[in-house]
Ligand binder design. Structure first.
Ligand code: GMT
Length: 383
């Protein structure tokens, strides 16, 4: 029957980054719909509380032995996948990020096949597995192999599907299932905003926000450059959420541009749904985003983004309607437009409403989770 509860194994990079967030939220939403979810990961996914029903966590332990210069995580993962699939009679595995998860899933599948058991697996491509890592020539053949061997492949934007087809010459059909947010959790609650906003900005100040893992691709220095120009033109503050390699560069630049006292460096935060709605404008000046989950999360909270016209971002942000798009590195134009927008409450309000509407109409969990469920059933029926 089409409404049968499924037993699904999910593997992802659990600790930080959009793919881990999407995989964890997907597991939580599927469990809430009655499916049995088994996370098979190196550590507990960071958004899991451990109190959710229908969710099980299986830690992958890597055996350390002096001879192993590089502990064989991929093999430990494959072994755990096969064990969990057999003990808990999983219907399928869903791995997020091709490297190395697809190849571990392929090994698990073959291990079980040798014993007469069938374990289909689905790979979801998130971006850097294709655009960066997979393009290191040494990784390309094995990444392509993992994708081709998958029983189903999804990508989080049309852009990423096209890139995968172009760069990897993958023949396998790729289903676009876009990223999503829980629109009941990512929502602007007036009471919460009234309570939280005074902690970050005075009534006359505009509040900007940036959320990322501070990797070079996020161009955090551009965020500071844009903010410094805005803060020169009007009273303003900036919330920086996240941490990573470029955090000290950002702190140094903030001091150099004399705006450090107006920036809140919040570090890694779990409940970003309680922080994002407090802001007026999100800044996402990335060099590349296959999707741009941070922008979607803020848009759902009625906070439009000024962002770059890269990768899958134009599939989410319509320039001038629910946000603003710029060329990478054009901090002058970004600042100029941010100042004009923040000084025009009517236009900002219209853009905030349009941002929420886009999230609600096209990217809410209740639509997208259904797409994953249908896709699972299609793959199971075809195998
Ligand atoms: O961008 C990162 O640093 C993390 C990376 C990941 O795999 O977690 O993000 C990618 O996947 C996200 C979730 O699908 C997307 O929203 C990001 O746009 C994508 N990043 C890039 O393409 C650079």
């Amino acid at each position: 029957p089409t409404d049968r509860r499924l037993k699904i194994g999910i593997t992802c990079y659990p600790t930080y980054g959009g793919s881990g967030v999407v995989a964890t939220e997907l597991g939580i939403e599927l469990a809430a719909r009655g499916h049995d979810i088994h996370f098979i990961t190196s550590s507990p996914p960071f958004r899991l509380t451990g109190r959710e029903s229908n969710i099980h966590f299986h830690q992958v332990e890597v055996f350390h032995y002096p001879l192993f210069e590089h502990p064989p995580y991929d093999l430990a993962l494959a072994t755990r996948m096969a064990e969990v699939a057999e003990f808990y009679e999983l219907d399928l595995l869903h791995v997020h990020y091709a490297i190395p998860h697809s190849v571990s899933a392929y090994l698990a599948k073959q291990m079980l096949a040798a014993r007469g058991l069938h374990l289909p697996f689905i790979t979801t491509l998130h971006g850097t597995d294709i655009t960066l890592v997979g393009l290191d020539r040494s990784y390309l053949p094995i990444t392509r192999f993992g994708i081709e061997q998958s029983d189903g492949v999804t990508s989080i934007s049309s852009y990423l599907r096209e890139q995968t087809e172009k760069l990897f010459h993958v023949k396998k059909p790729i289903e676009v299932i876009r990223n999503f947010v829980n629109c009941d959790v990512y929502i602007a609650k007036p009471d919460l905003i009234a309570e939280m906003r005074p902690r970050f900005a005075r009534p006359e100040e505009k509040l900007l926000v940036h959320l990322s893992n501070f990797r070079p691709v996020k161009r955090v220095a551009d965020v500071i450059q844009v903010f410094a120009r805005v803060a020169n033109a009007m009273p303003a503050r900036l919330m920086l959420i996240g941490d990573g390699p470029d955090r000290s560069t950002a702190e140094y630049l903030a001091r150099k541009l004399k705006v450090a006292d107006r920036i809140h460096f919040l570090g890694k935060q779990d409940n970003v749904n309680e922080l994002l709605p407090v802001a007026d404008l999100m800044v996402m000046p990335s060099e590349m985003e296959s999707f741009g989950l941070a922008a979607l999360e803020s848009m759902a909270c009625r906070v439009p983004a000024i962002a770059t016209r890269v990768g899958g971002v134009p599939e989410l942000i319509e320039d001038g309607v629910n946000g603003l798009l710029f060329e990478t590195g054009d901090v002058d134009s970004m600042a100029h437009s941010a100042i004009a927008l923040l000084a025009d409450p009517g236009r900002l309000e219209a853009m905030s409403a349009a941002a929420r509407k886009t999230a609600q109409d096209h990217f809410c969990a209740y639509t997208i989770i259904g797409n994953y469920e249908s896709y699972y059933r299609r793959i199971l029926a075809s195998g």
